[in-house]
Ligand binder design. Structure first.
Ligand code: AMP
Ligand code: MG
Length: 402
């Protein structure tokens, strides 16, 4: 057996083997977090007309330059109404935010700078009047036909506003992956069920599901299987028929009841790698089914399971929905750190503000990969290169959020 892949090499192997899910058309209301499979161009100039940006009055700046300070109010231009025309130079029109600038006007004075009485508006002498003051002019932000969203863009608030403004009620996106989390282990008991002293609560599925939900992956089923090779084989075959990606927890180490790798091979899942040069989470298993579905066998220890989900399953899911890879952001360590084994270290951290270094990652080591209680209060983990090495405070380490 050759050397184990590094985390970066393992991630690259995952990305290489993951196919992009098919494209489907979905309504705007269901698109948060999805990735565009089409380009989007501007339907119209933006703003589509000279748009009033303050409630106030509009008039011609030429009248102001000629010394006029008091204007007869000749009408009201509301948002959503076709443009009025200002007929007389000594008059103004009342205007509302979002209205089109009336014809014959080129400036707006906000209501706060006016005295209004008896059908007249008087403008304070100290107001700065210049053409297109308080007007968001047509086409300033973009022109009709401009490319606004490229294929591969992940849709958040600003992107969805732009899609809607382009007049599209639906868009082509990559399908939302149907994920299943399959926990294994005869010792595990569901919360709410009676439990013996030697049994363990089944917690991984909840932690993993939360990490997925926080990233917008909501089509997540859940199953629990005993450490029984026959049952594992049968159920995994069924799950592979109905899901795009399988995440297993437990049963991938060297124990006598760790049947997962063997069961996966028997249902035709090709092993891509087993074990990564990292701590925790070294026993991670990854393969691809005959149907092309990625299958992750996460170690059962709760810290390992969550770290491996964030570090490998999430990038795999992003690849499956066609998102561009987003490299982890480097953050300076808030305290020095020693790494002993020749393995990459995934170290839980809490983000804090330091007076000298700005935002720093404060190491919060656990008491091993079974100690998920110590993760409370942490924000994620940093990835430190293999030891033996000492990393000083301020060392820039890639940060992964839970
Ligand atoms: P395994 O990888 O199956 O050898 O499990 C390693 C350790 O993680 C054991 O102590 C298990 O009891 C624990 N474990 C496995 N799966 C879960 C789970 N779903 N929730 C909580 N602990 C688990
Ligand atoms: Mg187990």
């Amino acid at each position: 057996m050759g050397p184990l892949p590094t985390p970066a090499a393992a991630e690259a192997l995952v990305r290489e083997r993951i196919r992009t899910l098919p494209v489907e058309s979905r309504p705007l209301a269901s698109l948060a977090g999805a990735v565009l499979a089409q380009a989007v161009r501007a339907e119209r100039d933006q703003p589509p007309f000279d748009r009033v940006t303050m409630d106030g009055i509009a008039f011609s700046s030429a009248a102001w330059r000629e010394g006029r300070r008091r204007f007869a109010i000749a009408g009201t231009q509301a948002a959503g109404r076709p443009p009025l025309r200002l007929e007389a130079a000594d008059a103004c029109l009342e205007v509302m935010t979002g209205a089109v600038l009336p014809a014959g006007c080129d400036c707006v004075v906000p209501v706060e700078r006016l005295r209004i009485a008896d059908g007249f508006a008087e403008v304070s002498e100290d107001v700065l009047i210049e053409p297109f003051a308080n007007v968001h002019t047509r086409g300033l932000d973009c022109r009709e036909g401009d490319m606004l969203l490229a294929r591969g863009t992940r849709l958040g608030g600003p992107e969805l506003a732009v899609l809607a403004s382009a007049g599209l009620p639906r868009a082509d996106v990559h399908a939302d992956p149907r994920i299943i989390i399959v926990t294994t282990g005869d010792e595990l008991v569901e919360p709410g069920e009676p439990i013996e002293a030697w049994q363990v609560r089944r917690s991984n599925s909840h932690a993993l599901r939360a990490a997925l939900a926080l990233r917008g992956f909501l089509r997540v089923a859940d199953d629990h299987l005993p450490d029984d090779p026959q049952v594992l084989r049968d159920r995994l075959a069924v799950h592979l028929d109905t899901h795009d990606l399988v995440v297993l927890s437990g049963g991938v180490s060297m124990g006598r009841f760790d049947h997962v790798p063997q069961a996966l091979r028997e249902v035709g899942v090709e092993e891509v790698f087993h074990k990564v040069a990292q701590r925790p989470g070294k026993p991670l298993w990854f393969g691809v089914s005959r149907g092309g579905q990625p299958v992750f066998g996460l170690p059962g220890n709760p810290v390992s399971a969550l770290v491996c989900l964030v570090r490998y399953v999430v990038p795999g899911l992003l690849a499956a929905i066609g998102a561009r890879p987003a490299p982890a952001e480097p953050i300076p360590l808030g305290a020095p750190c020693r790494v002993q084994p020749p393995l990459s270290l995934f170290l839980p951290v809490q983000l804090e503000r330091s007076p000298t270094l700005g935002l720093v990652a404060m190491p919060k080591p656990t008491r091993g990969s079974g100690d998920f209680i110590s993760l409370l209060g942490t924000d994620g983990f940093v990835e430190l290169p293999p030891g033996p090495a000492d990393y000083p405070s301020g060392y820039l380490a890639p940060f992964h959020r839970w």
